[in-house]
Design a protein around this ligand. Structure first.
Ligand code: ZN
Length: 382
């Protein structure tokens, strides 16, 4: 049975730049027309969504979600659950990039792909990264290149851990090999092959990535280092990396404990980088959704654990606007065009004819989520 076309009528559209009141016609999972007034032909199966007085933005692109669950760093009882469809669709994220984390023993790429495909089968878009924290990397087929070339929904590698006690302390040559394999696999398959790098709290920070760049012909654009707002000292390393053509990713999920230990709140981190004149086209936000957020007492005993929320991505965008004085147009690329471009997903993160039909309707003022359209159909709200 074919699905009806959808006409989103009269929203104030950010594509992510503000382009004024538009009607948006969606068919076959794509945006097929966008104009100030669209009149559907008589007899066509069109469902109309009245959006006057609301804001329409692209569905958000989240560069890091532990779709099949994460955690486990405090023993098996601290493993976190996978991301369910109900939570996913209500988050405002319509494109999920899934990764393993510390645990690549009890977690597998096969399971991660199954979880991605479960979301995709219900109208959202989900992609997977091969590898995990550890080097040499674990993969699905035995090699990063083969995974990228042969598995359609594997689009990159990560998160590879550097500067972290939970990582494997990879050397410069090992990192260069991973990025080169990812690059060549990506070239062969028409993918970005981007390597998402988990940066821990050791003082070296982005140092290893600079060393690779100094010693090997690996473009800085092959990497996307995340958790850059882990503490102020690491955030201060962002400008030098961006000056070499690199990109950085800010983590939006947090906890009182992380903030007490020096994490820079995501909205503030983005506002600071943009105020310093750095380009939003190289700065993304991601949720780290379903990661474990452990809560320790003063003696270091585990008191409990929260689970990182994919909804923190949209909340952070709202916070940028309502608390840090950024315009919506200034903040939006960090969750739409920028991650889409970094991951080579050129039909994601934008509202334009030919783009994928993923969009959100938001309330003006609060930017509260009111409706989610994904793959051309209304999936949540209305
Ligand atoms: Zn991480």
């Amino acid at each position: 049975m074919s699905e009806p076309m959808l006409l989103v009528r009269g929203a104030d559209v950010f594509d992510p730049a503000p382009i004024g009141r538009q009607d948006i016609l969606l068919a076959g999972g794509r945006i097929v027309a966008m104009a100030p007034r669209i009149s559907p032909g008589v007899g066509l199966p069109v469902r109309i969504v009245q959006a006057a007085g609301r804001i329409a933005v692209p569905g958000l692109v989240d560069s890091l979600v532990h779709i099949s669950g994460g955690g486990g760093e405090g023993g098996f009882a601290t493993r976190t659950p996978g991301l369910g469809f109900a939570q996913a669709v209500a988050s405002g994220v319509t494109t999920f990039i899934g990764a393993l984390g510390t645990d690549d023993v009890t977690r597998s790429h096969a399971d991660l792909l199954a979880c991605c495909r479960a979301l995709s089968g219900q109208g959202l878009s989900a992609y997977a990264l091969t590898g995990s924290y550890r080097v040499p990397v674990r993969t699905l087929t035995g090699s990063v290149r083969d995974d990228l070339v042969l598995v359609t929904d594997i689009i990159g590698v990560g998160e590879i851990a550097i500067a972290d006690h939970r990582g494997s302390q990879p050397g410069v040559d090992e990192l260069a090999r991973i990025a080169s394999d990812a690059r060549v696999g990506g070239l062969l398959a028409g993918k970005s092959g981007t390597v998402l790098v988990h940066v821990g709290d050791a003082p070296d920070g982005l140092g290893r990535l600079h060393e690779v760049t100094d010693r090997h012909p690996v473009p800085t654009t092959q990497w996307h280092p995340t958790h850059i707002n882990r503490h102020a000292e690491l955030l201060a390393q962002a400008p030098a990396w961006l000056a070499r053509g690199g990109s950085v990713d800010i983590t939006t999920s947090t906890s009182p404990e992380l903030l007490a230990s020096g994490e820079v709140p995501a909205a503030r981190a983005l506002a600071e980088l943009l105020a310093a004149g750095l380009p939003v086209s190289r700065i993304s936000l991601s949720s780290d959704g379903q990661a474990s957020l452990p809560n320790f007492d003063a003696q270091g005993r585990l008191l409990g654990m929260a689970v990182a929320d994919v909804g923190s991505l949209l909340h952070t965008v709202a916070e940028c606007v309502t608390r840090h004085g950024l315009s919506l147009a200034a903040a939006l690329p960090a969750v739409t065009t920028t991650p889409a471009d970094i991951w080579g997903l050129n039909r994601k993160g934008r509202l334009a004819v030919g783009a994928d039909a993923d969009l959100l309707l938001l309330a003006p003022g609060t930017l509260a989520l009111e409706a989610v359209v994904a793959s051309g159909q209304l999936r949540w709200g209305g």
